[in-house]
Design a protein around this ligand. Structure first.
Ligand code: NAX
Length: 328
């Protein structure tokens, strides 16, 4: 039997947590032969801790053979102790009358504390995925607050946007979603993101040529993917949860176990590729293998794409400037 992997999950009693934890414990994220220890963090409030206890009772009742242990806590130093993987899901939602700037700052405080705790107690190779919004900037703050850890190990979730875009393309072309390769979502996990199918293929043939409809790209596809989160809230009365948990599992599974040469989208600190300033947490196409990722290089960026990529970059730069004081 393999040694267990310690997986920390914050916001464990929330919607996404409820869709996520059971799949991790059943082996869907790290493999059906890989034991896991779940280290779950929730807010100290009585209600949150009681809900977390309930989730842990249900995990127990599943009798998952791969669940080698559980910790439930309100202390990040306990939740992140020796963590090999950290899924930072819990975040401050926007309250009534709250400005975007206030939301950024409230979350900046949370992710500064959590970044410092990871820096202090997590495994030196901990792989961090930030799901809680604003995901890219929260991931940037956590990375900056953890100077002793490898910055490349801090990532933000754009995989849900990637998966949403894949399904839209499958619908448009009438082809199976599993046959689509080489899709990209550039930039911020926000409606400014740029889903880009210029390089995508289905069974080796160009998706762009198959669709051959620039107006559909600009007027339907890009806005539909960008506003899908809002459409889910409108329909369900609650934000995406199962699909977000599914994307988090896809992200970590591919990062740790490899994407077999396929492109996947991850929000990662830029290395300067494609003119994106170094350190900006930006959605890029990557290929993953053995716990590493490499940004796909050498893609042609046409004028339309440059404009879209710079637009979403400007939003990220603005968010970064909004929290700069906290990171002094
Ligand atoms: P919920 O409000 O259902 O759950 C969040 C949980 O986090 C709550 O139980 C809360 O008590 C806890 N929490 C808050 N602050 C915490 C802290 N400092 N430490 C530990 N726990 C804390 O939200 P849910 O629907 O689960 O969504 C979680 C986050 O994911 C939100 O920020 C949401 O905006 C974000 N999303 C990100 C997506 C992405 O693609 N990157 C898509 C889905 C989702 O919208």
């Amino acid at each position: 039997m393999k040694a267990p992997i310690r997986v920390a999950v914050t916001g464990a009693a929330g919607q996404i947590g409820y869709s996520l934890l059971f799949r991790i414990a059943s082996g869907e994220m790290l493999g059906k032969d890989q034991p896991v220890i779940l280290q779950m963090l929730e807010l100290p409030m009585e209600k949150a801790q009681a809900a977390l206890k309930g989730v842990m009772m249900e995990l127990e009742d599943c009798a998952f053979p791969l669940l080698a242990g559980m910790v439930g806590t309100d202390d990040p130093m306990v939740a992140f102790k020796d963590a090999d993987v950290a899924l930072l899901v819990g975040a401050r939602p926007r309250g009534p009358g709250m400005e975007r700037k206030d939301l950024l700052l409230e979350n900046a405080k949370i992710f500064t504390v959590q970044g410092k705790a990871l820096n202090a107690v997590a495994s030196r190779d901990v792989k961090v995925l930030v799901v809680g919004n604003p995901a890219n900037t929260n991931a940037y703050i956590a990375m900056k607050s953890a100077p002793d850890l490898n910055p490349k190990n801090f990532t933000a979730m754009l995989r849900l946007d990637h998966n949403r875009a894949l399904s839209q393309l499958a619908g448009k072309t009438g082809k199976p979603v599993g046959d689509i390769r080489r899709l990209i979502v550039w930039g911020n996990h926000s409606p400014t993101m740029y889903p880009d199918y210029r390089f995508a293929t289905i069974d080796g043939a160009s998706v762009k040529d198959a669709i051959a409809d620039e107006a559909w790209n600009k007027d339907v596809f890009i806005p539909k993917v960008g506003k899908r989160g809002a459409a889910i809230i409108e329909a369900r009365g609650l934000s995406s949860a199962a699909s977000a948990a599914n994307a988090a599992i896809d992200h970590i599974r591919d990062w740790l176990l490899g994407s077999n040469g396929e492109w996947v989208t991850m929000g990662v600190p830029s290395d300067g590729s494609y003119g994106i300033p170094e350190g900006v947490m930006y959605g890029f196409p990557v290929v993953t293998r053995d716990g590493r990722y490499d940004i796909v290089q050498g893609l042609d960026i046409d004028a339309f794409s440059r404009e879209r990529m710079d637009f979403t970059l400007a939003e990220l730069e603005e968010e970064r400037a909004g929290v700069a004081d906290l990171l002094q």
